[in-house]
Design a protein around this ligand. Structure first.
Ligand code: NI
Length: 149
């Protein structure tokens, strides 16, 4: 099911999301709906608060397949790189944002199993952007320059 994407100004985008407790069918359904919603909108990432669920879940697909993250934690961050970002919740702007160049993220998958991903480049950027949504932060608050779309 395609979910409604909340836009900048919606209060849920400013909230700190809650950790997922039990990973059950309801959470797996939410992950499925988030993927359908992200692909329909042509996005490379989507966080649960963007579709109205204040939970620590996000998904990304930078063209290497779908990745699902539940209760993600950044265990390492290094380097800095500035690049352009956009967001499905901020359709009117892109912006230049400084992010860590390399990250290591630990999270749970849809079966509750822990996994670790080491990322650089666009994937590292997408993971940090999506994790910001779980902290109630939009990229426009971090951007050094904004551009009209
Ligand atoms: Ni976003």
């Amino acid at each position: 099911m395609i979910l409604q994407i909340r836009k900048n100004g919606d209060a849920i985008l400013k909230k700190v999301a809650k950790p997922v407790g039990r990973i059950d069918k309801r959470i797996q359904r939410l992950l499925d709906d988030m993927a359908e919603t992200m692909y329909a909108a042509d996005g490379v990432g989507l966080a649960a608060p963007q579709v109205g669920h204040s939970l620590r879940i996000f998904i990304v697909d930078i063209g290497q397949g779908l990745q699902e993250y539940i209760n993600p934690e950044f265990v390492e961050m290094s380097g800095t790189v500035v690049d352009r970002e956009g967001c499905l919740s901020v359709p009117d702007f892109t912006g230049d944002v400084a992010r860590a160049a390399r990250v290591v993220v630990r999270a749970l998958d849809r079966y509750g199993k822990s996994f670790t991903v080491t990322a650089s480049g666009l994937l590292a950027r997408a993971l940090q952007h999506e994790n910001d949504h779980l902290e109630g932060v939009l990229f426009i608050e971090r951007a050094s320059a904004l551009y009209d779309v």
